[in-house]
Design a protein around this ligand. Structure first.
Ligand code: PRP
Length: 212
């Protein structure tokens, strides 16, 4: 059995549709289910439904052989896993955002974010001094109430920024979902993992060519 950690929620639903089309959908409906373990015996896969930010933890410790995780989480936590494939779903971008009239002239820029490591690396590389304010959600609120000067966050549709009269001040990097593998599993379950990579890569190409 190949143990696969999938992120619950919006990204997970997209990943599961992709797996279905790639021939790994025999586990039945995952969307809306409260079950945390589902199996597709015929395809030889068992899915674990986990919080998106926990996928890489299951894979790092070998509880899951492979998993699907956002590049944002990989960049933030830098787990020692193999990154096998860009699935080209869950696409968004990491950006510095703030009020339109934000001044960068403060000596120490206050940065609110769920991604302190990414933010620190980005500003360090530019020798800009920052004070990090680590938050867990509703990041856009921070500059509105004077908690921070700017935020570092993912922007998908841009609607959260727009609704709060904020704008992207600096683009940082594109983000998308990646298939990752545990290092030992990649060796010992090479065939099963490669079969999944190939099937998903085909799906990525089909989508890229507009074939649904
Ligand atoms: C994420 C992110 C932004 C928003 C971006 O938050 O932190 O707030 O989505 O998406 P948009 O550009 O399409 O508006 P999430 O929905 O995960 O909620 P959170 O506030 O709990 O982090």
């Amino acid at each position: 059995m190949l143990n696969v950690a999938l992120p619950k929620g919006r990204l997970g639903d997209q990943v599961f549709s992709m797996l279905e089309r790639a021939g790994y959908g025999g586990a039945g409906p995952v969307k809306g289910s409260r079950r945390l373990v589902v199996e597709d015996k015929a395809a030889g896969v068992r899915y674990f439904l986990v919080k998106p930010s926990d996928v890489a933890i299951y894979v790092l410790h070998g509880a899951a052989d492979v998993g699907v995780v956002g590049k944002d989480i990989l960049l933030e936590t830098t787990p020692d896993v193999y990154e096998l494939l860009d699935l080209h779903i869950g696409t968004c971008r990491m950006a510095v955002a703030g009020l339109p009239n934000t001044s960068f002239s403060r000596q120490v820029l206050r940065v609110a974010t769920k991604y302190p490591n990414i933010a620190k690396r980005y500003f360090d590389a530019q020798s800009r001094e920052i004070e990090l304010i680590a938050l867990n959600g509703s990041i856009e609120l921070a500059p509105l109430v004077g908690l921070s000067d700017v935020i570092v966050d993912i922007v998908e549709t841009g609607s959260t920024l727009k609704a709060n009269h904020l704008k992207v001040l600096e683009e940082m990097m594109p983000i998308s979902a990646r298939l990752i593998a545990n290092i030992a599993s990649y060796k010992f379950k090479a065939q099963a993992i490669q079969a999944m990579v190939d099937a998903l890569a085909q799906e990525v190409n089909r989508r890229g060519e507009g074939i649904q």
